[in-house]
Design a protein around this ligand. Sequence first.
Ligand code: C2E
Ligand code: CA
Ligand code: CA
Length: 606
Amino acid sequence: MADLGVGGQLSPTSLQRGLSQERVKRLDRSIKEGRFGAQVALIKIWDRTGRIVYSNKSKEIGRRFPISSDLREALDGDVANELSKLEDPDNAVANQRFGQLLEVYVPLRFGGDEKPKGAVELYLPFQPVAAVIREDTLKLYALLFVGLSVLYAILFRVVARASRKLTRAAAERAHQALHDALTDLPNRALFRDRVQEAIAAAERNGTAVAVMIMDLDRFKEINDTLGHHNGDELLCNVGPRLERAVRTSDTVARLGGDEFGLLVPNITDRSVAERIARRAVESLEAPFEIQGLNLEVEASIGAAFFPDQGTDVDTLLQRADVAMYTAKRGHSGYVEYATEHDAYSFTRLRLMTELRQAMDNDELVIHYQPKAALPTGKVTSVEALVRWQHPERGLIPPCDFIPAAENTGAIKTLTLDVIDKVLSQSYAWRNGGIRLKVSVNLSARCLLDVELPATIYQLLRKWEVPPSTLQFEVTESSIMADPPRVQTVLEKLRSLGIEIAIDDFGTGYFSLSNLKNLPVDEIKIDKLFVTRMAADHHDAAIVQSTIDLARNLNLRVVAEGVETKDVWERLSELGCDLAQGAYIGCPSEPDELLDLLAKRRVERIA
Ligand code: C2E
Ligand code: CA
Ligand code: CA
């Protein structure tokens, strides 16, 4: 109101006593001249009692009216407003002139007044206000439209980019879950899926499926001598070669380590699979160039066929593995699964299931056979030989279950079980003051397991038995399965302080250079030659030259299968270090062994 200039005409006293004519005129003039900055249709100034102190309708001045609710609000200090028309008929002209009006009640305060001394009732034409509001609203809408459009454009791009990223990440994750990170070939999971699909398709079409497992023969050596980085590079180069060797409908997968899977679906003739496998083997023949070196890699492939050799993924994979292992042993490149390989006949399979249970039920027992020093006859070491104490079939000899266990992988569990039992026995003997070195037979499968030394180390720690108590016997043929890898495993075992003996020496295709390079402490001449040496001078010559060879290489030499006094004496003359066999003592339970040793000591001293 101060701005409107009304304030200047008013004071608390004038409000109380009424305005002089002079002031009324001045106000009239100000209103007419539009000094309030806006057109005014009607203005009334009220005091608190409901008397009109001023109105531009002069006849109302000085009159008193009941206080309306809007006026009451203003007198209480609030601004009230509403849209209205002037009601009484004498305002018709003003109505026509101004149209809709904005009715405003404003409290009148003077100085620092708390309570308004009066109020101004003001009717302003709504038209200009509405125009401004319309203009502002339009501007606001335009602004909102532009703003929202920009926001939409930005958000659209952000969301689109994010969703593209998410889709890509999901696709990547799906790919990663099914592919090998190093070679980007399908992994084992995807390979299994594909085999499953191929089986389903072959069932519908009446065709066959070949599932193959390929293992690189010298990979371990490359990995160890040139480092993992180069080994990885080699693996990466193998995949593309294999893929070129197979048909587009075939699958090449990396199953882990240096093991690859080949799936040849929809075949009517096994020779197709063989051709593909041979091509795969040949594809690796050209040397791989890595770090300027030409590396040669050989591979062994085993194949199993649906439906003849298995109708489910697991069986096919397992049998392909058995065949691969046969190929590796025989250096034959490609081998198709045949029952003879592992004689998965019904009884064998049942035997295997039972063997696993037997291990759980602790049915394996260890017999110990002494080795005696020549010529004194003193026994300082024994060989641990496993037997299966079957609840119905009695004592089953190892030749009835070890070969099958070797072909199924059960041999690893079995070996660890044997070692654990042997160490437990050693622990007991040591506590009883008996020091005997114990040798344990390690099969080929175990020798290919690079994790084995670490596991054995754990067992040694568990039983607190010094590693020098333990010796491992390995055969020539098991070394030949993959000499570099076996060498690594043997070296690790030896670095733990465990002795290594070559078992059944003379029966394999061992070359002397192999023997020279291997970490070996002892060789055991096969009993085949020893038992016959008394009768056959060829066998005697073999025994003699083996003993000479061992001496020259600084190796201890043991003759096994010593059954007679005669042979014992001959071996003694030839300078053999130790003898094992029925003449010294048959494999027996620990208690029996101790009796036997005690008796022998008495005899010896006598
Ligand atoms: P091997 O390592 O050559 O064990 C020597 C075998 O010759 C034993 O047969 C032993 O009983 C037998 N033998 C002992 N003295 C004489 C003798 O004077 N004359 C003759 N002709 N034979 C004698 P066993 O206990 O039946 O073991 C057979 C094979 O089973 C072992 O041959 C070994 O290759 C394997 N084996 C035994 N225990 C284990 C084991 O714990 N793990 C593994 N992987 N293989 C084992
Ligand atoms: Ca042995
Ligand atoms: Ca032997």
